[in-house]
Design a protein around this ligand. Structure first.
Ligand code: ATP
Ligand code: MG
Length: 195
């Protein structure tokens, strides 16, 4: 049986419960075999605006976050290929690794709104099913030039930006990230100085 694979890309700086709730619920709703939380190497849309935690630290946090979660895996293809990360290329890596798989590109509502700014977004729309994660009762307006699948997921108001600020201020991250992620942040001394 060919696999059904969801690509959920992000900076994951750090990965939080909003990411996990999304990945688990999209997997369930669309009966996906796997959801790959693909860690961006150089997030080109964020470059220059703030210091980004080294890719291997972000990968380690995502690996820790998904370690005990069935059907969720950390993806390192973008890091291994180096350079800037474009989803159009990443879908190609996944297709090579899993011949015949049906691919889904999963984006949050904020990312969906900027979809047409993505490099080669028409390729992304051709080579995968676009999945927009939406909060219940508040559908994001989408262009009708591509097919979209909308999946409603409870929206947790958690962002990596807020979590980094919490670390700097010494406020707790408990229950906003999983314990293994919290342990890694402490062990590696991440997010102490920058927000
Ligand atoms: P930052 O605050 O640094 O932008 P972030 O929390 O938005 O970080 P990203 O790594 O930028 O996390 O996001 C990766 C993907 O997760 C994007 O598609 C984004 O829309 C989605 N996402 C982010 N936060 C949430 C959340 N709380 N619930 C559901 N999806 C989310
Ligand atoms: Mg974001």
């Amino acid at each position: 049986m060919p696999l059904r694979i969801g690509l959920f890309g992000g900076t994951f700086d750090p990965p939080h419960v909003g990411h996990l709730v999304t990945a688990v619920n999209v997997r369930h709703a669309l009966a996906l075999d796997l959801v790959v939380l693909m860690v961006a190497n150089v997030p080109w849309q964020k470059e220059g605006s703030r210091p980004i935690t080294p890719a291997l630290d972000r990968l380690a946090m995502v690996e820790a976050a998904v370690a005990d979660v069935p059907g969720l895996v950390a993806g390192r293809a973008e890091i291994d290929h180096g350079g800037p990360s474009y989803t159009a290329d990443t879908l190609g890596f996944l297709a090579q690794e899993h011949p015949g798989a049906t691919l889904f590109t999963i984006v949050g509502d904020d990312a969906a709104a900027g979809f047409e700014t993505w490099q080669r977004y028409t390729e992304v729309a051709h080579h995968s099913h676009l999945v927009v994660v939406d909060r219940p009762g508040d559908p994001v307006a989408l262009p009708d030039s591509y097919p979209w699948i909308r999946v409603e997921v409870p929206r947790l108001e958690v962002s990596s930006t807020d979590l980094r600020a919490r670390c700097v201020d010494g406020r707790p991250l408990d229950y906003l990230v999983t314990q293994p992620v919290l342990d890694l942040i402490a062990e590696r001394g991440l997010y102490r100085e920058t927000a």
